[in-house]
Design a protein around this ligand. Structure first.
Ligand code: ADP
Ligand code: MG
Length: 613
């Protein structure tokens, strides 16, 4: 196919939509497009530097690895050129015409979810290459890939639905982006304005940048400098540049170590957990360097999965430059490095928790879910992680949380286990029937509000040698406390439980008198050893097999409650009515336990009961 005549392409629908928003955006900080394009140029150079380690005969290989920027205020253009890996024709189509990259994808997802803050989202996600269209009448991308045999091309677009690609000669390796500025954006063709923008973050670009022939940045690595020389703003700007972030980080850890490995690390926690907002699962993004040279911008095997919210840089002098994930030696080195960093970061969080509790509480509200994931799945760091977990409890005030260590410090001499209850919120747990027995015995119960908590507690299993036990679990054995006067006799209680079992039939596995109940008439206990009520609900929600097997429920009744005493009288005097009441008591208990699966029979039954009032 001859490619010397320009060929026209349509942008993928999502890109067209994105461009439409970007071109018409009234976002005021348009200058971020410079950051995005320089960062792409720097990425392209990093990639080339990496390839140079293994590939020979690269096209135009004498070019310096640098970025050249030219502003022309007469022509109202801005040009950003790099000598990086460049793009072939296919890569131009793939990379600049379809949506494959992270920032823009997340941006579109946010839009489709009805986020109205369109303009600020542009800043937050960067929208990468396409941000050029905020300021451009037209954009030309001249590009020649590293392969000598592949020809060079120019990609052209005004951002309105289509772009063109044409073969062209005489290009150097890499990409040259020429932006013809909109009249109202002409400021970006003046040298002083571009210089001012570049100075803010170009210090973090690890390649020389020249503006109109003048070298403007000294390449330096912030993480190698001494902590007390670095200003907060420098840290923040670096974070924003490196993670394409819009806001300052919420936490920062800068440390170095000499043994067992020589490490300089600079880690950041963002303000927000975007996974919680419903965006895509985060990808690990702490970059790995060796003596200032980037080895991998997003190493998958460095840190444990649950640390995927961390940003920043780890520089380790002991790594080989051409680190390979396949080589066993490199793998174990990477693992060792990951462990040192994880341990150090966990120690830092522990210090934050005691020294700056407000900051820790804020961190925990956003990122606590990752600590829970780690506590449940990462055996290596489990102990350190469990210490950081926080829960409300029957003894804390609303919204104040306690650590497991504090819970243990409050335990009485004869308490052997740590109790918890899972429920949607504090009110649900406090009004349920399970807590009262623990309250009556002065036993503290942790309150777990998140769906994952049950899984986490089951996996963590114990803390400080004490078993974690769900307070609504069949296995919980509670000490005797003096029984209040006026209960049904043991004989009568026996008669009532036998009658209840007969009356409720298959709906209950067992009915017995309870030692847990103080005020409530009855409670339901899930009798399925293998599936808790919460698990059952989750499986139902996910339509998993096994969720529609009959539930196994034990009903425990309170022989001291007025309802039971009355039921005992009615069950002989007026058996039909008593049957309706028994069914209703069971349903009530199931509702409190979050186990009622079908509420419809209840309506007809309640009307019947109301008739007899
Ligand atoms: P991101 O940088 O997050 O991947 P961008 O929208 O900034 O997203 O860029 C899209 C893609 O276009 C990049 O992933 C890269 O493959 C390609 N690209 C952009 N600029 C350049 C460049 N200067 N040299 C080589 N490839 C580039
Ligand atoms: Mg980019």
């Amino acid at each position: 196919m001859s490619t010397t005549t320009p060929q026209k392409f349509e942008f993928q629908a999502e890109i067209a939509q994105l461009l439409d928003i970007v071109t018409h955006s009234i976002y005021t900080e348009k200058e971020i497009f410079v950051r995005e394009l320089v960062s792409n140029a720097s990425d392209a150079l990093e990639k080339l530097r990496h390839i140079q380690l293994t590939e020979k005969d690269l096209f135009d290989d004498q070019q310096k690895l640098e970025i050249n920027i030219t502003s022309d205020d007469q022509a109202k253009t801005l040009t950003i050129q790099d000598f990086g890996i460049g793009m072939t024709r296919e890569e131009l189509v793939e990379n600049l015409g379809t949506i494959a990259h992270s920032g823009s994808k997340a941006f579109l997802k946010a839009l489709s979810e009805g986020e109205q803050k369109n303009t600020s989202l542009i800043g937050q996600f960067g929208v990468g290459f396409y941000s050029a269209f905020m300021v451009a009448k037209s954009v030309k991308v001249y590009s020649h890939s590293r392969h000598a045999a592949a020809p060079g091309h120019v990609w052209t677009s005004t951002g309105a639905g289509t772009y063109e690609i044409e073969e062209t000669e005489g290009l150097s390796r890499g990409s040259k982006i020429v932006i013809e500025l909109k009249d109202e954006c002409a400021e970006f063709s003046t040298e002083s304005r571009i210089k001012e923008i570049l100075e803010r973050y170009s210090a973090f670009v690890s390649f020389p940048i020249n503006l109109n022939g003048k070298h403007i940045n000294t390449v330096q690595a912030l993480w190698l400098r001494s902590k007390n020389e670095i200003k907060d703003e420098e840290y923040n700007e670096f974070y924003k540049f490196q993670s394409h972030a819009f806001e300052d980080p919420s936490l920062r850890l800068h440390f170095s170590a000499d043994a067992p490995l020589a490490i300089n690390a600079l880690l950041f926690v963002p303000q927000e957990n975007t996974e919680k907002l419903g965006f895509a699962r985060l990808e690990p993004s702490v970059a790995l360097y060796c003596r200032k040279v980037l080895i991998d911008a997003a190493p998958k095997d460095l840190l444990p999965e649950w640390l995927r919210f961390l940003k920043g840089v780890v520089d380790c002098e002991d790594l080989p430059l051409n680190l390979s994930r396949e080589s066993m030696q490199d793998k174990s080195l990477l693992e060792k490095l990951g462990k040192v960093i994880t341990k150090r970061f966990l120690k830092f969080l522990d210090e934050e928790a005691t020294q700056r509790p407000e900051a820790f509480v804020k961190f925990y509200a956003e990122f606590g879910i990752f600590l829970k994931e780690g506590a449940a799945m990462d055996y290596t760091h489990k102990d350190q992680l469990v210490k950081l977990l926080r829960f409300e409890s029957s003894l804390t005030e609303k919204t104040k949380a306690t650590s497991l260590a504090d819970y243990v410090s409050r335990m009485g001499a004869d308490q052997k286990e740590i109790y918890y209850l899972v429920g949607a919120n504090r009110a649900t747990i406090e009004s349920g029937p399970y807590l009262e027995a623990f309250k009556a015995r002065n036993l503290e119960v942790l309150f777990c509000y998140e769906p994952v908590d049950e899984y986490v507690m089951n996996n963590v299993r114990e803390f400080d040698g004490k078993k974690l036990l769900a307070a609504d679990h069949g296995d919980v054995k509670l000490s005797d406390i003096p029984k209040p006067e006026g209960a049904l006799s043991e004989d009568d209680t026996k008669k009532l439980t036998t009658w209840l079992k007969e009356t409720l039939g298959e709906r209950v596995a067992e009915v017995k008198a309870s030692d847990r109940l103080v005020d409530s008439p009855a409670l339901a206990i899930n009798a399925d050893k293998f599936m808790s009520a919460h698990m059952r609900r989750m499986m139902k929600a996910m339509n998993k097999d096994g969720a529609d097997l009959p539930q196994k429920v034990n009903l425990e009744i309170n022989p001291r409650s007025a309802v039971m005493k009355r039921l005992f009288e009615t069950h002989t005097a007026s058996p039909d009515k008593a049957k309706l009441v028994a069914e209703q008591i069971l349903d009530n208990a199931l509702i409190s336990a979050g186990m009622l699966e079908d509420a419809t029979p209840m309506v007809a039954r309640l009307y019947k009961l109301l008739e007899s009032v």
